[in-house]
Design a protein around this ligand. Structure first.
Ligand code: ADE
Ligand code: ZN
Length: 335
């Protein structure tokens, strides 16, 4: 990897922790927990990672998460991600977890959240990576199920900064979760939502108007609606864009056709993220490198993306300023 990209201080704001589970660890956890996988080897698992849309991917992703049983399993998965993040000079992470993927298999909410949180605390203390945790509701399940999940999260609210919305987008518009998000905000959670990945620009509008989100996850389809672009620009609503994910899931056919440079040129607050790095062929540094090479971004564009990543985070203004100063110092040293 280009050392300039590797060493650029950055935050990652859109990463599903279950999507960081590498085939090697999946295999190891299956053995440790005596779980039969439909694959005979690590190579077979990797070979199955051929998707042509979001649903193909989600089917494999939910199956892979079935190896996670104990608090230590969730710890080990999260720790492995943090070590990868450290290697890419990630200084701050805001990661998603999907509790329903686990509670629906009989794993306690407490097991999931405690394992992840414990690894995040160790990552902060030993790797110097600050963190926030975001609970995502699975939008293909009912609003009632999401409300029940929110209630399970209330005892852990000190550990969970925000709620989000992921899984199959089309046919499950943000409005379906309006009451759940109202309750979440009343309980003190911030909100984000996946919108405009495969779904239309109207879903982005709904996420803003009905769910009152602080950021839009993906949001790349906003360019189909000029008025929406102007609104996102005016309010500087961050978009957490995931370039390699978008190519793997065929939102764009090739990285050279990705609209990230257009989003930036329209004045939007764009960030670069990995989404599900184990499945999509690269961690956050690889995503920066893919857009740098594929779209011919200049170093100052990469610095803008890194600066945006901290400014779009849920850190305090003071912490944002300190990280942005780190980015500026890094850029100044190398210009
Ligand atoms: N869950 C994990 N990755 C996702 C994505 N890219 N879109 C929707 N749900 C997801
Ligand atoms: Zn995502």
């Amino acid at each position: 990897m280009d050392p300039f990209i590797r060493d650029l201080p950055k935050a990652e704001l859109h990463m599903h922790i279950e999507g960081s589970l590498e085939p090697e660890l999946m295999f190891q956890l299956a053995q440790r927990n005596d779980i039969e996988l439909p694959y005979g080897s690590v190579e077979e698992i990797r070979a199955a990672y051929e998707f042509s849309n979001l649903q193909d991917f989600l089917d494999i992703y939910y199956a892979g998460a079935g190896v996670l049983q104990t608090e230590q399993d969730f710890y080990d998965m999260t720790w492995a991600y943090l070590e990868r993040a450290k290697a890419d000079t990630v200084r701050h992470v805001e990661i998603f977890f999907d509790p329903q993927t686990h509670t629906d298999r009989g794993i306690a909410f407490e097991t999931v959240v405690t394992g992840i949180h414990r690894a995040l605390v160790d990552g902060r203390d030993e790797l110097g990576i600050s963190f926030r945790l975001i609970l995502c509701f699975l939008r293909h399940l009912s609003a009632e199920a999401a409300m029940h999940t929110l209630e399970m999260a209330l005892p852990y609210r000190e550990w969970i900064t925000a709620v989000g919305l992921d899984s199959s987008e089309v046919g499950h518009p943000p409005e379906k979760f309006r009451d759940v998000f109202d309750r979440a905000r009343a309980e003190g959670f911030l909100t984000v939502a996946h919108a405009g990945e495969e779904g239309p620009p109207a879903y982005i509008e709904q996420a803003l108007d009905l769910l009152h989100v602080e950021r839009i996850d993906h949001g790349v389809r906003c360019l189909e609606d000029d008025a929406l672009v102007e609104r996102l620009r005016e309010a500087q609503v961050p978009l957490t864009v995931c370039p390699l994910s978008n190519v793997k899931l065929r939102v764009f056919d090739r990285i050279e056709g990705h609209n990230l440079a257009h989003l930036m040129a329209r004045g939007l607050k764009v960030t670069v993220n990995s989404d599900d790095p184990s499945y999509f062929g690269g961690y956050v540094g690889a995503n920066y490198e893919a857009v740098a090479n594929g779209l011919g971004l200049a170093r100052e564009d990469l610095v803008t993306l890194a600066r945006n990543s901290f400014e779009a985070s849920f850190l305090s203004d003071e912490d944002k300023a300190a990280y942005v100063a780190e980015v500026e110092a890094y850029a100044a040293e190398r210009s």
